[in-house]
Write a protein that binds this ligand. Structure first.
Ligand code: 2IT
Length: 449
């Protein structure tokens, strides 16, 4: 291991011992950067890695909201503005009980590399709250979003920071968040949030973008392997917005998603989540707020396995699209035992570090990292910002064409970077290197800040 990386990792561990998810992602990223750091001794002199690991700003705030029975509740709100060297902060907001500082920092750190990788001028940030949207009424969601924005509005804005959705934050929540922002600021400043409704500056294809982008990236991988997506079976986890986009695009291209999962277990549908009825039902399930995937099995009469993940199922491609640490070592071994060739991460950090290393060490397996595969979401958010700034409204076809091109560039530039450093077809290292390089160049050029 490179001495500088080793020292920085040890210091990071000592300083952030209470933040396991954050340490996990720092370790994963830094271990990929070894060949680059070896070639640039000036980075150590400039304390570049230490500066990258420390967020520019961490905002933590109280969120007080009233439930339908007029009872007050207190949640914690966060925005970690990680790095704005290449552009204004950009990244999602997550509402989920698992949200804490470690989770938001891991997401913000990842986002910095992801946003850089898109080629668009966006810095990295992430935010959210430990608020649990499950079982909340629409009015409660609205009041929570308003209270949350009350704590956040001063820190965001055009050219400053543009939040978007993530788990628990979709079009409805962005609408409420934007409404409150506009009320407080007394101006229509819609570049301050992305993922908006179409009637107030949202972009076509933003809801589909993460799932579509993931499948476009997958197509590039298959092309590299002289393979085709037609006829392939895909085992997915999750059943939210991202899965919906994957199912839709996979079906269009002649592939099928055969598993979905939720907190209750997984469903196996050998016919694939391919028909319009099935794909639309995903949206219904999500909107119901039950947070149960068993509803799908009940409706379409397929197998439901309680309390398990779908990683023992035989398929051509694995796409974990739920949340962090969805695949551990034990599950990675099942995937390898099934002879699966393509492991395409979609959710942010869905694989534990030991499982990721193990999968990457398999000779016949291609592993693609989430910060590249899921970058279609933030890419179309970037396109939404451009449309807002220029008062334009691109057609779905225009946005989709740009998204496809961005995903191809991300894949091709990652593959080329890995090749250049003698790492072979290593998409994980390649993505980290490309994402890192642009931010590093900008930070070196801007002095010790
Ligand atoms: O993880 C992500 O890239 C997102 N949640 C989307 C961020 C964005 O600004 O669209």
């Amino acid at each position: 291991m490179n001495k500088y990386i080793e020292r920085v990792l040890a210091e990071t561990k000592a300083k952030n011992a209470q933040e396991p998810e954050f340490l996990q992602t720092v370790e994963e990223v830094l271990s990929s950067l070894e060949p680059v750091i070896d070639q640039h001794p000036e980075y150590e002199e400039a304390a570049l890695l230490e500066r990258m690991i420390e967020p520019e700003r961490v905002i933590e705030f109280r969120v007080v909201w009233e439930d339908d029975n007029h009872k007050p509740h207190v949640n914690r709100g966060y925005r970690v503005q990680y790095n704005s060297a290449i552009g204004p902060f950009k990244g999602g907001l997550r509402f989920h009980p698992s949200v804490n500082l470690s989770v938001v920092k891991f997401l913000g750190f990842e986002q910095t590399f992801k946003d850089s990788l898109t080629g668009l001028p966006m810095g990295g940030a992430k935010g959210g709250s430990d608020f649990d949207p499950r079982g909340k009424s629409d009015r409660e969601i609205m009041r929570f979003c308003q209270a949350f924005m009350h704590g956040l509005w001063q820190f965001i804005g055009p050219e400053v920071d543009c939040p978007a959705g993530d788990l628990g934050v979709g079009g409805r929540e962005i609408g409420y968040l934007y409404g409150e922002y506009r009320r407080i600021k007394c101006m229509s400043e819609n570049v301050a949030l992305s993922g908006k409704g179409l009637s107030f500056g949202g972009s076509l294809v933003r809801p589909e973008a993460t799932g579509f982008g993931a499948v476009y990236y997958l197509e590039s991988v298959l092309q590299h392997e002289n393979d085709t997506i037609k006829g392939k079976t895909i085992a997915c986890s999750g059943f939210g917005n991202v899965c919906w986009g994957i199912c839709t695009k996979a079906a269009q291209l002649g592939a099928k998603v055969v598993t979905l999962s939720g907190p209750d277990g997984y469903v196996y549908d050998p016919d694939g989540v391919c028909t319009k009825e099935k794909i639309d039902f995903l949206l219904e399930m999500r909107a119901s707020g039950h947070d149960k995937v068993q509803d799908y099995a009940d409706k379409f009469g397929c197998q439901f396995v309680a309390g398990e993940k779908p990683w023992g199922v035989k398929a051509d491609i694995i796409m974990p699209a739920a949340t962090q640490n969805d695949v551990n070592m034990e599950q990675a071994k099942k995937i390898v035992a099934n002879g699966i060739k393509y492991y395409i991460e979609v959710a942010n950090m869905p694989t534990t570090n030991d499982a990721l290393r193990y999968l990457m060490d398999q000779k016949n397996m291609v592993v693609a990292p989430s910060k590249a595969v899921n970058a279609g979401g933030v890419s179309v958010s970037g396109l939404e910002m451009s449309q807002n700034q220029e008062h334009l409204c691109w057609t779905a076809e225009e946005v989709d064409t740009k998204l496809r091109q961005i995903m191809k560039n991300i894949h091709d530039s990652s593959a080329a970077a890995a090749e250049r450093y003698g790492l072979g077809y290593n998409l994980v290292a390649g993505a980290n290197i490309v994402g890192f390089q642009k931010v590093a160049d900008a930070m070196m050029a801007q002095g010790w800040v």
